[in-house]
Design a protein around this ligand. Structure first.
Ligand SMILES: Nc1ncnc2c1ncn2[C@@H]1O[C@H](COP(=O)(O)OP(=O)(O)OP(=O)(O)O)[C@@H](O)[C@H]1O
Length: 236
């Protein structure tokens, strides 16, 4: 069953359309990777899904239409967006940032328990819980952004280039934690990645974007099995 099902999605900025009739799915408990060149519209896709920008077309989350809903209501349904650049509040501490992640939640009593859960996945954040977020390393800030998204108790996480600018060792560690979250909590993931090999290793479904259109979609083997796509995206 699809957790997220998108049909004929159009979106853009002002008069300029960036996405043209996008069809895309994320299965329940699954991981879909969106790959594409710079400017292909990947970030715009995530913004359109979470209600940050105007869009038309059909977006279904757990079967129900969400394409007319406001961003805050979509977040409350369980869709957490981790934007490019991570969006942490630099003058607040790690823990204050995490608590903000739960701000749309109605069950405030659970927030303390969820903090413990985030610290279990990201022990490094616990060590730095009173440290100002702006003074964290790049990798720690990315983990904080993921931890903050987890505070929403999401069913789906939208991740925009989580590996961007991070050292390979940190990227491996972070993807290890993402796998754990996906496996243990059945949190589904839609991830935009420049690092195609990394994304294909994690995903059960891949979607290639070119200039705002989907040019290929299917399991990772489809990409591995197509010589020209393999050369273009995986370099072998
Ligand atoms: N806020 C904005 N206002 C106007 N145009 C925008 C805005 N953000 C992005 N665009 C344009 O939309 C197009 C798609 O950009 P988008 O950031 O979605 O691509 P991307 O695939 O995520 O690229 P990258 O990998 O470089 O992040 C680009 O032509 C970009 O210039």
């Amino acid at each position: 069953m699809s957790l997220l099902a998108v049909r004929g999605l159009n979106a853009g900025y002002g008069q300029g359309r960036v996405l043209h009739g996008i069809d895309l799915e994320v299965s329940l408990g699954g991981v879909t990777a969106v790959l594409g060149a710079n400017g292909a519209g990947k970030t715009t896709l995530l913004r359109a899904l979470c209600g940050m920008i105007a869009r038309d077309g059909e977006i279904r989350f757990e079967g129900a239409r969400i394409d007319r809903m406001r961003a805050e209501d979509i977040a409350r349904l369980g869709m957490a967006h981790v934007p490019e650049g991570r969006g942490t509040f630099t003058s607040l501490t790690t823990e204050e940032n995490l608590r903000l992640g739960g701000y749309t939640r109605r069950d405030k009593a659970e927030v303390g328990r969820d903090l413990e859960r985030v610290y279990r996945y990201f022990p490094r954040l616990q060590e730095r819980r009173t440290q100002q977020a702006g003074t964290l390393s790049g990798g720690e800030q990315q983990m904080l952004a993921l931890g903050r998204a987890l505070m929403l108790r999401p069913k789906l996480m939208l991740l925009d280039e989580p590996s961007f600018g991070l050292a390979p060792r940190i990227v491996q560690e972070m993807y290890g934690i993402l796998r754990q979250i996906n496996g243990e909590e059945r949190v589904s993931v839609l991830v935009v990645e420049q690092n195609a090999a990394l994304a294909l290793d994690f995903a059960d479904h891949v979607c290639l974007f070119e200039t705002g259109r989907v040019v290929m979609t299917g399991p990772p083997d489809t990409l591995h099995g197509d010589e020209s796509l393999r050369r273009a995206y995986l370099g072998y």
